[in-house]
Design a protein around this ligand. Structure first.
Ligand code: HEC
Length: 145
């Protein structure tokens, strides 16, 4: 230990396995982001730090990419229920979202979905007709602030 370890910031095989297990469902951008953090914390060589780092990423938010690709026949409602309701819970009046006026148009909704944000996953594969149907569904079923 000690001197032997100085300057070694690569993950050993077990660390890698642990990391991959923990990352199972996460998408590539998030992985890269986590890996940068993990490389740093493996240097510190404590599991506690590793977990704390992951928790911090969870809190601060690190942009994720969702590679979901809609089936050609998926309706806007299908796409919404499959991908969006895990974060956007429908309101008690049945509307699915309360949109800021600036986002209450199809182009802005499509852009938001494809680009995401620090707290919202990006869905770069929802494009074309699917994106159009999704945006129409969101617009038709949302209220505007
Ligand atoms: C990981 C959670 C998450 C998922 C999944 C998610 N969103 Fe979001 N979304 C958010 C958060 C948090 C915000 C508010 C912060 C922001 O604007 O980035 C938001 C904001 C938005 C906005 C802007 C609302 C406004 O008025 O500014 C739209 C439109 C939107 N989401 C649509 C969608 C659609 C459509 C899907 C499904 C394809 C989706 N979101 C999936 C978390 C999520």
């Amino acid at each position: 230990m000690g001197a032997d370890f100085v300057g070694n910031n690569t993950l050993d095989r077990q660390d890698r396995q642990d990391v991959m297990l923990g990352l199972g469902g996460l998408q590539s951008k998030f992985k890269i982001c986590i890996f940068e953090e993990i490389n740093w914390s493996v240097k510190m060589k404590t599991t506690t730090l590793l977990l704390a780092t992951i928790a911090i990423i969870g809190l601060v938010g690190c942009k994720k990419t969702d590679n979901y690709t809609p089936a050609a026949t998926a309706s806007g409602e299908d796409i919404f229920n499959m991908n969006c309701t895990k974060c956007h819970k429908p309101n008690t009046d049945g509307s699915v979202m309360v949109l800021n006026a600036a986002v209450a148009n199809k182009d802005a909704i499509i852009k938001k979905v494809q680009i995401g944000s620090t707290s919202m996953a990006a869905f770069p594969n929802i494009t074309g007709e699917s994106a159009n149907r999704l945006a129409e569904y969101v617009l038709a079923n949302s209220k505007t602030k």
